[in-house]
Design a protein around this ligand. Sequence first.
Ligand SMILES: [Zn+2]
Length: 507
Amino acid sequence: MAGFISTTIPYVNARPHLGHALEFVETDAYARFMRRDEDEVFFLTGSDENSLKNVLAAEAAGLSTADLVARNVVAFESLQHRLGCAPDYFVRTSVDPLHREGATAVWERLVAAGDIYTRAYEGLYCVGCEQFYEPSELVDGRCPDHLTTPDTVREDNYFFRLSRYEDDLLKALESGALRIHPESRRNEVVSFVRSGLQDISVSRSSARAHGWGIPVPGDDSQVMYVWIDALTNYVNALGWTRDDPRYERFWAGATRRVHVMGKGVIRFHAVYWPAMLLSAGLPLPTDLVVHGYITAGGRKLGKSLGNAVDPDALVDRYGARAVRWALLATFAPFGDGDVTEERLVAAYNTDLANGLGNLVSRVTSMIGRYRAGTVPAGAVGGGLTGAVTAAIGQVGQAMTGYDHRTALQHLMTLVARANAYVDENAPWHLARESAALDTCLLHLAGAVRALGSLLRPFLPDAAAEVLAALHQPPDLVVAAGTWLDGLAGTPADKPAPIFPRLDPPAT
Ligand SMILES: [Zn+2]
């Protein structure tokens, strides 16, 4: 069977910050983990380009909007690549013909369902968020994210009959057809829907949008509200309007359709988007995974706050492995937290350089020294069997709940257990030709192989190097019941350091 997973598509009005890196890396790890269960997984990402933010950023930079987004989108694609993320498709909403065609077709379906009408609208609009706010949602009259005073905007708009979908949305949420992780976010959404849904404005005057955006079909004086066009990217990129087999396989017929997002955009993904899909007669996503924010001094990162942490600079300084590890192993997936350079280096050195890296090096050198570089046969039960079996189950269970940090804690527990097993058995004191030494080395090789397999979704390149030390293929999946199968007789080579120690940041 097949699965689908997406990041949100960021505005590309500035260079990416560390919060973008977090979502890219999380989604990449989830996609790689899903590939263990599904025959095929489609990992979608892209850029949200039809935004007034981009128009304003381009004006400030003295560029055309098209030139600004084309320039900035390169930085996002390049960051994904540098972080080892491997999306299957990158949709650019201002230029991708699949997207423009699809957004228009979704709109036409909403019209055909009788869910689009016009009325005058006046509201408080934050350009930074591209979102209208209720006065009660503001903090001291200001946008809670941007700390700026929203503009009062009045214009004739098209509206979507969101109110019609209250019951259907509750049914999807309560039946588990639409799951939201974590549970606390699901509860927030359920009470929001229960409190009553208002119809939403889904277009803007072309004049206020400076002519930038996807025109409302049949009315050139209006463009689609950027969120409404952006949300449809998830099905447009699969070519749903063109009878593309990818749409059938990865959306309509997929076992899981997963959207990963930050907590600030949950209402768009958990309420507006499913209601649009219901109106258009298309299947809903099955899972929404809602991460928190990387913060600096307790505040969300963002260019407009002037505290954006440059993920490219971190990759330059510490390498992609250390950055991926910090994001996946130290950041609580559903909470907020600071990621500092000190924590990044400490986590990498403790977990990888001293932990896993040291274990791989010890085990392969002992097999070299005591068994001429070939993994020996030995007793199958006991030893590390319990620890390896538990880790395989626990990592799988944590990732089923999209909890990468807990998964990696279980992985590190196995590293610690295997390092302790070396010291308890002291292979250097065992009789050189003993069966006890055979079994000890076999179990250590098995643990290293299982760790390489478990590490793959998180650090794919490093995992391949761990597995290569035992001449195992990079896509090997180790299962609990067969964790030692086929290992005896394979060569073990001590690799070049997979995780060289990092110097602490200069202070
Ligand atoms: Zn705002």
